[in-house]
Design a binder for this molecule. Structure first.
Ligand SMILES: Cc1cc2nc3c(=O)[nH]c(=O)nc-3n(C[C@H](O)[C@H](O)[C@H](O)COP(=O)(O)O)c2cc1C
Length: 228
């Protein structure tokens, strides 16, 4: 683990983010709580990853920690980048074939229909062998008070590779909290066999406050590793 940097020691705003050498855009961060409206209406660039960016993928042969995340509008990606700064973990962005719309209402209708029909998005990514990793950080956003759908697809497809891992969920949400997302995550992993995994308690951050979460992230990373 890297030593926490100066900004991590306090609650200064730190909205600048880079991941895998690429700039992160997170439109929620500029919003006050009254403008933010719990994330309702938040646009994305319609690419689920910033439009000029390639999906994040930093895979080395030596890292023992891996961050796997999905982000539609950048907040969870910024949180992932803060965890990466403090751990130097490898990173893998979850990529789906058909990105969610830039428009919030369109995204909401699609998400509602996917949930009703349990028809989760198809993935478009290569996943390496996960056996070298001891700790896997799993990042998602809360949708309809539960786990967002790309993470459901990921676990349903690759969760059987989680064997003897320390699993550490982290999320951003619109201020209503984690809902049943962690229970759902654990259930999906159980469905895949859940062989010898342990779970850290989750990191939960408001989507418009990730830029003020440095010390929260730092304390959580310490806790994940202390109790592993
Ligand atoms: C379709 C949809 C449903 C959402 N449902 C909830 C919810 O039930 N509770 C909540 O607190 N936030 C909810 N949000 C807000 C997101 O969790 C929040 O904006 C999050 O920070 C987005 O992360 P991202 O920028 O990484 O995509 C929802 C957002 C969308 C787009």
């Amino acid at each position: 683990m890297k030593l926490a940097n100066q900004a991590s020691q306090n609650n200064e705003r730190d909205a600048s983010g880079e991941i895998d050498g690429q700039l992160i855009l997170a439109p929620q961060l500029s919003k006050t709580d009254s403008q933010w409206q719990n994330g309702a209406g938040i646009i994305s660039d319609g690419k689920d990853t910033n439009s000029q960016n390639q999906p994040t993928r930093k895979i080395t042969s030596t890292a023992k920690e891996l961050i796997i995340y999905f982000s539609r509008s950048g907040s969870t990606e910024l949180l992932a980048s803060k965890i990466e700064q403090q751990t130097n973990a490898d990173i893998l962005e979850i990529v789906i074939k058909d990105p969610y719309a830039s428009n919030y209402q369109e995204t909401l209708s699609r998400v509602n229909s996917e949930r009703t029909n349990q028809d989760y998005p198809e993935l478009n990514m290569q996943v390496p062998d996960l056996s070298q990793y001891q700790t896997i950080y799993l990042g998602y956003q809360v949708w309809a008070m539960t786990l967002s759908h790309p993470m459901v697809s990921f676990i349903n497809t690759y969760g059987n590779q989680f064997i003897n891992k320390r699993l550490a969920p982290f999320m951003t949400q619109g201020g209503y909290g984690q809902g049943d997302s962690v229970q759902r995550l654990r259930q999906l992993i159980r469905n895949q066999g859940d062989q010898g995994n342990t779970f850290a308690s989750a990191l939960v951050v408001d989507g418009n406050k990730v830029d003020r979460a440095n010390s929260q992230v730092s304390n959580w990373v310490t806790q994940v590793n202390e109790n592993s």
